[in-house]
Design a protein around this ligand. Sequence first.
Ligand code: SF4
Ligand code: SF4
Length: 236
Amino acid sequence: MAKTIFVDLTRCTGCRGCQVACKQWKNVPGEATKNWGSHQNPPDLSYQSIRIVRFTEAMLPDKEGKDKLAWLFFPEQCRHCYSAPCKRKADQYDSGAILHDQDTGAVVFTDKIRKVPGDLLRAACPYDIPRAAPDGHGASKCDFCFDRLQNGMLPACVLSCPTGCLEFGEENDMQALAAQRLKKVKKEFPTAYLGDPLNARVLYLYQTDHRLYYQDSAVSNPDNAITTGPRRVDGF
Ligand code: SF4
Ligand code: SF4
């Protein structure tokens, strides 16, 4: 059974522990940053930063229905799609450029990814994830910590998360956990829902419309994200 990361956004504090842990495990340097009007830094994914936490300030209704300023934190990474569009694009250049591991579900760029133009990989991704190499040959993205999984370890981001926002496990277990959490969270946030439960191996629980977090955070319309397709998550 393949794996899933469940991301309960109502539990994310924006601490960026996952962002740092990712850098440490991948052994890639930090980037020089500056205040650009947001606590979100680096300001976007890059070839060196394959995981970032997006920060958004939004006006959301409180329990009395009054608008109140709220933080929305969105830890961003490759979704490890069930049927990966990036792989379909890369296969046109070399079928070995992207490995889709059936045991874990990990979508992994190999050394042959350099045969594929990085910008084409980015354009093929519905979540706008891959970032081109500086010379344009190939791109980088999260690989689910494939090396760690093969050695029975958790992805570095999940291991580092102090709040329980990130959970990792068997797909069915994570789907059940997500349904359970959604049922509970909906009591406080009636507009909460699961984003793209039918096609992504990183399953987000949104407190509110995913477009308020980030425009490309989910593909499904929030009105039908949990009600269509053969893999409906029931129980709420
Ligand atoms: S999220 Fe994008 S980069 Fe990741 S597997 Fe899906 S298409 Fe590929
Ligand atoms: S480590 Fe957990 S709580 Fe901190 S930013 Fe990442 S997902 Fe959010």
